[in-house]
Design a protein around this ligand. Structure first.
Ligand code: GLU
Length: 480
């Protein structure tokens, strides 16, 4: 069997991180079994669907490297079209078949009649399912005549009277007891079909073998199982993945922070870090590995490793994962990305060796690409000293003023743009051997003199990255 999975977003807004996670799981599963990943646009909500959102959602998916094999832009004639709004005739044809088989019926009840029906049922202590006259076979002929005369009617599906059982790959066996849902509308009186119906027609015709989606759709599945049965279609495997929740254990929403992918993209998160983090929200690696690229998951991704409990979305963990991806990136790739960050003008003017050395030390300490620029500003370009208590303490040692005097005279002799590591080593040797300063007073004294700070990266790397003009300004302030 060739596996075919689909991601079926509704283009009514930006791509939500929950949607991105669903798309990712479908993508990963298709890759792991050599299947096909289909992108279907569920745009039957004509008022809220916008082609602009379709475009933006696809761009976000592409940014994350979640590339579909089939979709509106990559049609397979056997299965397309891929936008539900372009498939209305197909839905209509199957609805007619269901009517012909007596499995669905035209319903002329008005909203007021339906409301009255509900109120009456509730008052009589019955369930409030549809019990209008149109479900009964003796009215079918009348209904056909009225529709043929041009009258509008909804098409309602006759819910069978029996239990339905779903063997979900994540949730296990789920029983939907008889009577849980009543006869439901599959095509509205304005001719627009509803999600639960279109979804099944499409999954059937697109030969979808596995439906991987959020647990919030579990309650829809009973209606979908009924329609599969009515259409005589094979039911795909279902995997309903756990919900995403915030720290307060409530369903993830905007009040928990940024929930759409484009916002992370704007903040220059690394797409592989996003994929890595989202994959782990509800799925675990067989060797408990927590940092990986999605290409590494081909061999290990399976539907057996989904968690059944809700997954907590933790921005701090995402930041950490982003930092881990920065660390494991090659210096060349990192340089290319940092050079596009706002504020990278100074960075971009430096030599390849300077850039390499800078990213090599700084990548160890950051969560974001922008942190590299911030650290360069702070460690390399800061020329006005901040008199912290720590700095005041170092300046109060009796050896420090001597070190400042010595370095001041040495630095003033330098005419190159940067100090070399050899020059720095020479100064250290001199302070140690000729001035007799050792240990902490030596290292902290020299660091404070050259950087104005009491801690930071290895001086042998940091000082050759710092322009001499900046160092001269710092030392001059200390000498006063
Ligand atoms: N259009 C639905 C959604 O965005 C898809 C649900 C499904 O995957 O069946 O939630």
């Amino acid at each position: 069997m060739t596996v075919r999975v689909r991601f079926a977003p509704s283009p009514t807004g930006y791509l939500h991180i929950g949607g991105a996670r669903t798309a990712l799981y479908n993508y990963l599963y298709s890759k792991s079994v050599g299947g096909t990943f289909v992108l279907r646009i569920e745009d039957t909500d004509l008022e809220r669907s916008k082609s602009e959102f379709e475009k933006l959602q696809i761009e976000d998916l592409q940014w994350m490297g979640i590339i579909h094999d089939e979709g509106p832009d990559k049609p397979n004639p056997k299965y397309g079209p891929y936008r539900q709004s372009e498939r209305l005739e197909i839905y209509s044809k199957y609805a007619q078949e269901l009517i012909a088989k007596g499995l669905a019926f035209y319903d002329f009840c008005t909203d007021e009649e339906l409301e009255a029906m509900k109120e009456k049922a509730t008052a009589e202590g019955r369930d409030s399912h549809y019990d209008g006259k149109w479900k009964h076979a003796e009215h079918f002929a009348e209904a056909q005549t009225r529709v043929a005369a041009g009258e509008r009617a909804a098409i309602r599906f006759k819910a069978p009277h029996k239990d339905f059982i779903l063997n979900d790959k994540v949730k296990g066996s789920v029983t939907y007891p008889d009577g849980m849902v009543g006869d439901f509308v599959i095509v509205r009186s304005n001719g627009v079909p509803v999600y639960n119906y279109c979804c099944v027609v499409d999954d059937m015709l697109m030969e979808i073998t596995h439906v991987i989606r959020g647990e919030d759709h579990l309650s829809n599945t009973v209606r979908q199982l009924m329609i599969y049965e009515a259409l005589g279609a094979k039911v795909p495997e279902f995997a309903h993945v756990s919900l995403l929740i915030g720290a307060d254990r409530q369903k993830l929403s905007k009040r928990h922070g940024a929930t759409s992918v484009n916002l992370y993209r704007e903040e220059h998160y690394l797409p592989e870090a996003m994929c890595n983090y989202l994959t782990l929200l509800g799925w675990s690696h067989p060797t408990e590995k927590d940092i990986f690229d999605k290409s590494e998951l081909k061999e290990v991704f399976s539907l057996e490793r989904f968690s059944t409990s809700p997954a907590m979305y933790d921005l701090e963990k995402l930041k950490w994962v982003n930092g881990q991806h920065i660390k494991k990136m090659s210096n060349d790739d990192l340089i290319a990305l940092v050079s596009k960050e706002p504020g990278s003008e100074f960075f971009n003017k430096q030599t390849p060796a300077w850039k390499n050395s800078a990213v090599e030390i700084l990548k160890q300490q950051v969560h974001f690409l922008s942190d590299i620029i911030k650290m360069i500003d702070h460690l390399v370009l800061q020329d006005t000293l901040e008199m912290t208590d720590q700095l005041k303490d170092i300046l109060s040692w009796e050896t420090t003023p001597k070190i400042i005097d010595y370095i001041h005279s040495e630095v003033s002799k330098i005419t190159t743009e940067y100090i070399t590591e050899a020059e720095l080593n020479g100064w250290m040797e001199f302070v140690k051997k000729e001035m007799g300063v050792k240990g902490k007073p030596l290292f902290m004294g020299v660091r404070a003199t050259l950087t104005g700070q009491d801690h930071g990266p290895d001086l042998k790397i940091l000082i050759p990255l710092t322009p001499v003009s900046i160092i001269k300004k710092r030392v001059a302030q200390l000498k006063k």
